[in-house]
Design a protein around this ligand. Sequence first.
Ligand SMILES: [Zn+2]
Length: 367
Amino acid sequence: MEIGLNLDWLEPLDDPEVAAHIRDLGVTWAKLGANVTSPMDRPRLRKFLEGAAGIGLRCVIDLRTSAEELRDWAHELRAEYLGKVPNEELSGHVFSEQYKHLAEGVGEIVADNADLCQDWEWWGEADCPHISGGAFRCFEYGLSLQAVYDAAKAANPDCRVWTGGFGVNANLRFLEDMVKAYCETCRIRCDPRMEECPKCGGPLMPGSGKHFDVCNLHHYAHQRQLDSVLNFYEKQLTRARTWLDGKECSGQPFASTEWGLPTAPTRHIPPWLNSYVFGEVHAVRESEAAEWYDAMFALFERHGFEVVCVHTLRDLAANPTNFWGGYCGLMTEYPLDSEPSEGLRKKLHWETVQKWAHKGREKPAFE
Ligand SMILES: [Zn+2]
């Protein structure tokens, strides 16, 4: 299993300090988000990919649009789909003009960067209403994924399409629904091997198991006890594997473009951390974080994860807020132990992540 880092535009890879931290950590992957329909993102994506190649990082890019744009498209596509649907066409192309435009944008980006990037995620955390603005049900997401998959493969047959990092809170329901067949009339999910809806006998929309190469999870899990988190992961990942090994899919590997734990010295942790989707979040004590990372990486490796990108290089805010994501960095500006803060410093579990990153380098998962 390889280790990567989830980065953003604020961490330029041509900044010698950022590059030095990444080299020291030894990660082999970088993940970045880019907007398909933003002309501004194209040159800076290119620059990012060049910077990554310069320090030996393989990239996976999370392509998306604005939630508003997408909501309109999803709505029109669904209306159009409900207007036709002869049974024979269910496995064919039933895409609207709106999706054609989107797919063209994806195709251009994939083709323009075929020399630097082979891995493309489609809409990270589409299942999270806070992120996608509620634009996607898995029905629309699955159709958009097919459009993106076809466009990306036409632009670069060697590329791989990753699902959009589902499963915040290790809830994998969206993935399950996405790979199962669907009856729009009865609004039920069915085993993909069924020929027709068992309830109304009507046509079934096939799942999207053939339209991705990598099952990407953002499987954050927040519980107070390490044992319960590990048991929960074990159960969820074992279930997900049965869907991915079923008829609809083809045994796609797991990977994660974003995963992490909020960690902080005890005296800097607010009694609870805020989240838009998780309910109550507890941070892990910095002194115990190495044990948590070690145990979780070992579990992900056992479940065949090809790469896990840690969220993020540094804590998001210099002044701690109570937003949980702000504590997931591997570097921080708040004081560790009893020392005063002296700018950005490595957290106590840096060496554990480093150990796993170097292990991944020795046995690359990819050719
Ligand atoms: Zn039905």
